[in-house]
Design a binder for this molecule. Sequence first.
Ligand SMILES: [Zn+2]
Length: 123
Amino acid sequence: MIPPLILQNTFAKALQPLTKLIHLYLGVFLSDEKFFYSHLDHACAVKPYAPDECFLCRQSGPVDTVRERELEASEIMAKRLKCLESISWSTFFVQGNGGGERSTTKWVLRKDGKIRMKGTPWS
Ligand SMILES: [Zn+2]
């Protein structure tokens, strides 16, 4: 597995020539590669369920790790892509009402030379 920061920096560098890119969706899961295989050991073969519905996955720590990576990766992208207003990633852990989509979006606010991010649009 490629270390996450190297992966995000590589994506950001590759997309940097797109100077007017405002909204970006990358269908990349930022979970550990072994995470989903571990979940398959939890999930019942008779009635399978997703990791976000799994007590063991939610309790064992990958949720917080994935959310930190999503935020960190989004900040890296926002620093390199100067017009970026939102970035979405594929995720096993949708926050709030994901509308059935397995993605998470971080919204960018640029003010006074600083970048702030949150999970809902800045108004
Ligand atoms: Zn699980």
